[in-house]
Design a protein around this ligand. Structure first.
Ligand code: MD6
Ligand code: FE
Length: 203
């Protein structure tokens, strides 16, 4: 793998690896993965005081566990509620990139069992949220961006903490864990198509 830039530390325990996944083949795996577990627009309604709403981001998963949401809340499940089949396996090449990215900023032996696939088209966005449904919060999350650049919002541990935006471009990888693991974050409205893969140790 071509290593372009040294890791950039955005905050304690938040690293950006610019271009780390530039050569990662997305299309060659996506067709097969999404044929097995199609993209869907999940409904989120578990947040107190919020009306149920359909997410603008299309989602699917690969790995032993996949993240899902319905009227009863958020959780990881081993069987895709849409197809009633297990999620397809994480492609080896993807898993390798995720653990190499984690390793390069000091997280050795990151072995994800869940990969959330996010698909944005123009107009789609993801509101501020925390990733807190993983049983193993001691492990980092590795996030791969492909396609159009986005404005990624990074806040603090409280929803009301100030938020700053940073651009994520095609092939950028973000690794965060430790004290940043429950940081609020989101994606501002996209102008063009973008894919995002987030690798987690969920079980
Ligand atoms: C996205 N990413 O980049 C959405 N979550 O499209 C996330 O929600 C995310 O990038 C946890 C850790 C890293 C992430
Ligand atoms: Fe997230």
């Amino acid at each position: 793998m071509l290593f372009v830039d040294p890791p950039l530390q955005l905050k304690p325990d938040v690293w950006i690896l610019r271009g780390f996944a530039r050569s990662l083949a997305l299309a060659s795996h996506l067709d097969s993965l999404l044929a097995q577990a199609p993209l869907r627009h999940l409904t989120v309604s578990a947040l107190a005081g919020k009306k149920p709403a359909q997410m603008s981001v299309g989602m699917s998963n690969c790995g032993a566990l996949g993240w899902t949401s319905d009227a009863t809340g958020y959780r990881y499940v081993a069987v895709d509620p849409l197809t009633r089949h297990p999620w397809p396996a994480i492609p080896l090449e993807w898993r390798d990139v995720a653990s190499q990215a984690a390793q390069s900023v000091g997280w050795s032996a990151f072995d994800p069992d869940a990969c959330l696939i996010n698909h944005y088209i123009a107009g789609a966005s993801m509101g501020l949220h925390q990733d807190r449904d993983e049983a193993d919060q001691s492990q980092p999350i590795v996030s791969v961006s492909k396609g159009a650049s986005c404005k990624f919002m990074i806040g603090g541990l409280k929803r009301s903490d100030p938020v700053r935006s940073t651009q994520l471009h095609d092939g950028d990888v973000v690794v965060w864990g430790g004290q940043a693991r429950r940081m609020f974050h989101g994606v501002r409205q996209m102008g063009a198509e973008r894919w995002n893969l987030t690798f987690r140790k969920a079980g």
